[in-house]
Design a protein around this ligand. Structure first.
Ligand code: SF4
Length: 377
């Protein structure tokens, strides 16, 4: 079963230098034909759907789709699957691909949340990242989204960029807060293998931020944004009260979701859960959808111990942490029997906080989250 829908749009106007996501420049009619494939794929799964709580157009660059394509797809989805009246419908948009007219049309199509890939408010960094937009275009896109009627706007920013100082990062955050978005996602740069970035910045490049600087940026971000009225509700995410991403919160709470499109991942709640993804090659995906024989890549039926580990490392990403009571209920096994002294050890090390029956990462625990997660595997 699933009650969330993720739609992957694997096209970008140009490839950013740091990008390892599945995305290519669209050829011929690919962008025109793609939504029909998504609708066809959806038809394989309509009997597994609960009322939809959220739909998320991610990418790639979903804002390369025409608003009429998004409108049509949303109509096709809601004709086949029940959807909650207050469902969150997010569109990721690259600031270089939208204007007031298109944003109004996306809003009219039914999108009620927009996630703008701003990444930086400094043109030098945007150029270094290979983004197709300027800072000015990010401002224009943000204000146009407001004017178009979006009252729930998220922006993405990246810290630890090559040569970036803590002062420069402070300026980025000040700029973000000035715009007054409802939600901010903050990622530290990771240099992915086989990207132009990896060739330009090898692991020992002096231009890359070292661990201490990255940690300072993470800590400063928390201080600055919580001091500006944002709730640090997940390791990489901040929201004004009432504006947490409902779609992404579902991932961390292990709600079922169906991913449509090239390379999209799904998690269906069946037993302890089944995870699988679609082929990451457009032609293979197209053939699979048209023949009705879409291959599931890396299908994994979770065992109880897989699901327990996920419960911990996904749930602990949230500042609310995990409930030991919910763990007992879900697995019919006491939390204490499952993990013995591990939680108490982590509390002693200052990596976890215990409030009543809930356990959550401390700020230090968020910084060292992988070490904490490893203790629950
Ligand atoms: S816009 Fe996003 S998905 Fe597209 S190339 Fe850039 S980072 Fe990758």
């Amino acid at each position: 079963m699933f009650n969330r829908l993720y739609i992957h749009v694997p096209f970008c106007r140009e490839k950013c230098h740091y990008c390892a996501f599945v995305s290519t420049t669209p050829k011929h009619n690919e962008l025109v034909e793609y939504p029909a494939l998504l609708n066809r794929e959806l038809q394989f799964h309509t009997n597994e759907a609960g009322p939809l709580e959220s739909i998320y157009f991610g990418g790639g660059t979903p804002s390369l789709l025409k608003p009429e394509q998004v409108a049509r797809l949303l109509t096709e989805i809601t004709d086949q699957i029940p959807i909650r009246k207050d469902a969150e419908i997010t569109l990721e948009a690259n600031p270089g691909t939208v204007d007031l007219i298109s944003l109004k049309a996306f809003h009219d199509a039914g999108c009620n949340r927009i996630s703008l890939g701003v990444q930086s408010f400094d043109d030098r960094f945007l150029k270094c990242l290979g983004r197709i937009h300027t800072t000015e275009e990010s401002f224009q896109a943000f204000h146009a989204a407001r004017q178009a009627g979006f009252d729930n706007i998220s922006i993405d920013l990246i810290h630890s960029l090559p040569g970036q100082s803590l002062d420069q990062w402070r300026t980025e955050l000040q700029q973000a807060v000035k715009l007054s978005p409802e939600h901010i996602s903050i990622y530290g740069l990771t240099v992915e293998a086989e990207t132009p970035f990896a060739r330009k910045y090898p692991a020992d490049s002096p231009e890359l931020a070292d661990e201490d600087l990255s940690a300072d940026m993470f800590e400063f971000t928390n201080e600055f944004l919580t001091g500006s009225g944002f709730d640090h509700y997940e390791i990489a995410n901040y929201a004004r009260p009432g504006y947490r991403s409902r779609h992404n919160s579902g991932y961390w709470q292990r709600d079922g979701y169906l991913g449509l499109g090239v390379a999209a991942h799904s998690f269906l709640r069946d037993g302890y859960g089944v995870r699988f993804s679609n082929p990451d090659n457009l032609e293979e995906y197209r053939r699979g959808v048209l023949s009705g024989l879409l291959t599931r890549v890396e299908e994994q039926k979770l065992t109880q111990s897989d699901a327990m580990a996920e419960f911990m490392f996904l749930g602990l990403r949230l500042a609310d942490g995990v409930s030991q009571h919910n763990f007992d209920q879900e697995f019919g096994l006491s939390f204490e029997d499952a993990y013995g002294s591990v939680p108490a050890d982590l509390v002693r090390l200052g990596l976890l906080d215990q409030t009543g029956e809930r356990l959550a990462l401390t700020q230090r625990g968020m910084l060292l989250s992988n070490q904490v997660f490893n203790r629950f595997l």
